[in-house]
Design a protein around this ligand. Structure first.
Ligand code: PMP
Length: 433
């Protein structure tokens, strides 16, 4: 099968269906990466790009780290994987679970592994409902998320997510799920009272909303969510798929806000993406009916839960995060990144620059610029300048590897600034013809 490229020339149609992508455009030309080293990735023409997004917010230790490759190779040669159903396990799975349980700000923690973030969210949602059923409250099924929240694309995660476009066209999703204004404790309280506190199983919140636009929480908000949940006995789930493993300058984003959630979902930074892995850290309270009551098993889990080689990649990655002091560096660099991007707020198409809580930030465009497709255009102009940013609904986001240096942050900000200036001068402000 052939298609035509932008000039009308015939090109072979790709067989790869890209996730979250407009295939009618992608089929006219894919962007092929062949190599990565630290914060840089290289395309098939040999050009290099500063990975300003750490791929999809995950390459925390940067690309091409030989230590992780070596650990993975060794495990592959020994025992690539074995199921963890029943009493089976492997040493890498035991070791990583113990290490994460020790790092997480979750009381008496247990770790349930998945293959990624979306599966972690669905696991947490099902664990929450099953927990209440086991505790004799099967009526407690309602799940509350927030506007702008992103919780993956599985059934529960899609339903709890608050980015409207991601739910459209899929027909009825999970029932007994609702969404409240992302920054309002009053809205949360009102929703809990409207549903009935005794019917709410869990509230889900990203410490800093990522895909929904990089939205750090208002002062005291997350602490307030936790207090409201406590008051009504509701489980509080922190979705830390982006925020954990250094992104917010701590091992877990919850630590930054003094939170002790009932569950934390994680993925991405746990392996820095070297192999797919995610999971749920559950508190002793949540685990108790399953650990203490004979026969009360959680009938949930996947073939690759606690995959040995993925767990080895996780441990090797955590070694790198610990030994290079990457986590505390991220805390130091968050203001450097925000300060470098702040001047962009002066540009005509920019509405706001956000960030400062962890090594992630966003530049939001004006409504007119958004209507003219500024995020996609800035993404393209930046890539031409050797910098990869992420186009989101309201603007562009950056979340570089945590190993980035100060001068590289300056280079990143300069390229984004030039890209925005160019887009502002040309397409966006051009008179309509
Ligand atoms: N939760 C959050 C907060 C995320 O950012 C993501 C992914 N961007 C997910 C869940 C889903 O993770 P995955 O893509 O690994 O399924």
């Amino acid at each position: 099968m052939t298609s035509s490229d932008r000039s009308g020339a015939a090109v072979a149609d790709t067989r790869l269906w890209h996730p979250f992508s407009d295939m009618s455009a992608v089929r006219r030309g894919e962007f092929v990466l062949t190599r990565g080293e630290g914060i840089w990735v290289y395309d098939d023409q040999g050009r290099r790009y500063l990975d300003g997004t750490a791929s999809l917010w995950y390459a925390n230790v940067g690309h091409g780290r030989k230590e992780i490759a070596a650990a993975v190779q060794e495990q592959m040669g020994k025992l690539e994987a074995y199921s963890a159903f029943g009493d089976f396990t492997t040493e890498p799975a035991q070791a990583l679970a113990a290490r994460i349980a020790g790092l997480a700000p979750v009381a008496d923690a247990r770790v349930f592994f998945t293959t990624g973030g979306g599966e972690a969210l669905d696991s947490a949602a099902k664990i929450a409902r099953r927990y209440w059923s086991a505790k004799g409250h099967p009526e407690r099924v309602h799940l509350i998320g927030r506007t702008g929240g992103y919780h993956g694309t599985n059934g529960y995660g899609t339903s709890i997510g608050g980015i409207e476009a991601n739910r459209a066209g899929f027909g009825p999703l999970m029932s007994q799920v609702s969404s409240v204004q992302w920054d309002s404790l009053t809205a949360l309280e009102q929703e809990i009272l409207a549903v009935g506190p005794q019917k709410v199983a869990a509230v889900f919140a990203e410490p800093v909303i990522g895909a929904g636009g990089v939205l750090p929480p208002p002062e005291g908000y997350l602490e307030g969510v936790q207090a409201i949940c406590e008051e009504h006995g509701i489980l509080f789930v922190a979705d830390e798929v982006i925020c954990a493993f250094g992104r917010l300058g701590h091992w877990f984003g919850s630590e930054r806000f003094g939170l002790a959630p009932d569950m934390i979902t994680f993925a991405k930074g746990v392996t820095s993406g070297y192999l797919p892995l995610g999971g749920v850290v559950a508190s002793g309270r949540v685990a108790e009916p399953f650990w203490d009551e004979a026969g009360n098993m959680l009938r949930h889990g996947a073939t690759y839960s606690a995959h040995a080689t993925c767990c080895v990649a996780g441990s090797a990655n955590l070694d790198l995060l610990a030994q290079d002091d990457v986590v505390s560096r991220a805390l130091e660099l968050e203001s450097v990144l925000l300060d470098a991007l702040k001047p962009l707020a002066e540009q005509s198409i920019v509405h706001e620059v956000r960030g400062g809580v962890g090594l992630l930030a966003a530049v939001e465009f004006t409504p007119e610029a958004l209507a003219a497709g500024a995020p996609g255009k800035v993404f393209e102009r930046a890539r031409e300048r050797g910098v990869i940013v992420r186009a989101l609904g309201q603007g562009v986001a950056v979340s570089p590897p945590l190993t980035i240096e100060r001068d590289e942050i300056a280079f990143l900000a300069t390229a984004i600034g030039e890209a925005i200036e160019e887009v502002g001068q040309t397409s966006v402000n051009a008179p309509a013809t």
